[in-house]
Design a protein around this ligand. Structure first.
Ligand SMILES: [Zn+2]
Length: 316
């Protein structure tokens, strides 16, 4: 019987980026409360995270950067490196716990305990560069998960589809020379939206040319445009790449009701994207699929979106 994992831990609420900050603990509370209220929590396998061992974090982040982040938290600084990266004393440990949650989901999937998983972790990760915190992100959760699947579990090709409204600059840069990790991003056009990267012309470097696919979307694009891009560009590219596992950087901030960006996806649009990608994973990756939370700042939209994606994971 197919089973779906869910990574969550109350300690994820301990990371405080500042009282004004949109990336707030209430985001995960809203998700978890929805899973309890809907009864979905009883049908999925709750996976306990651990703090990721540094040896795995160091596969993609500089030791010196990791140490600076640790010290900044220890000293009680309230900002790390960029004005939108608010921190508290717990942030370092909780960022390690977010990475460790993804690693635990990878282990459970590869050990056969589950087929696939949703990781409700924070802080998010896709803007985090090798030695730079950006856009609410400190460690690149999804990128570290991809490396772990390759180095610990022997998978060869990993595809990462990033549908957060913002371009995942960190994930792209960490893998841009690597032909074994295909990074595909749908995001609001970099001329109107943070972080300003992700142009069509960014296609990878060196051996990795052709393994980065950026699909910038005009502001105010909606379900029709997203689903068209999925059908015409993403599914064919994935089919040709033949990944062993599909990972999703799932931001729910391209929804029409999200306060941070300017896109018009609906709940149904997100459902249809999830269904198309899950169907691909079922047909081509033995249902191996790890979805990792990135952005999404309207609590109702977030709870709806995560509930829907978990139901979709259960169906494959
Ligand atoms: Zn985002």
């Amino acid at each position: 019987m197919a089973s779906t994992g869910y990574v969550y831990d109350e300690r994820y609420l301990l990371h405080q980026a500042g009282t004004w900050h949109p990336e707030r603990p209430e985001r995960l509370k809203a998700i978890h409360q929805r899973l309890v209220a809907s009864g979905l929590l009883d049908q999925i396998v709750v996976i306990q995270p651990h703090e990721a061992p540094l040896v795995w974090v160091e596969t993609l982040h500089d030791r010196d950067y990791i140490e600076r982040f640790r010290k900044a938290c220890e000293k009680g600084q309230t900002i790390f490196q960029s004005a939108d990266n608010g921190i508290c004393r717990d942030s370092y440990k909780i960022a390690l716990l977010a990475v460790g949650g993804v690693l635990a989901a990878c282990d459970a999937m590869m050990n056969g305990q589950i087929n696939n998983a949703f990781c409700a972790v924070r802080p998010p990760g896709h803007h985090a560069e090798r030695a730079r915190a950006m856009g609410f992100c400190f460690f690149n959760n999804i990128a570290l998960g991809a490396r772990y699947l390759q180095q610990q579990h022997g998978l060869n090709r990993i595809a990462i589809v990033d549908w957060d409204v913002h371009h995942g600059n960190g994930t792209q840069h960490l893998f841009e020379e690597d032909p074994r990790v295909f990074y595909i991003s749908l995001h609001e056009d970099p001329t109107t939206c943070y972080p300003g990267t992700g142009r069509k012309t960014e296609k990878g470097r060196g051996a990795g040319v052709g393994y980065t696919l950026n699909i910038p979307m005009a502001a105010h694009s909606g379900d029709a445009e997203y689903l068209q891009a999925l059908k015409d560009k993403i599914i064919p590219a994935l089919t040709e790449f033949r990944p062993d596992c599909l990972m999703i950087s799932a931001g729910f901030d391209a929804h029409a009701d999200d306060p941070l960006a300017h896109m018009n996806l609906s709940r149904q649009g997100y459902q249809q994207m999830g269904q198309a990608l899950a169907q691909f994973a079922q047909e081509h990756c033995a249902s191996r699929m790890i979805i990792i939370l990135e952005g999404g700042y309207n609590l109702e939209v977030l709870a709806d979106g995560v509930e829907d994606q978990i139901r979709i994971l259960q169906s494959i």
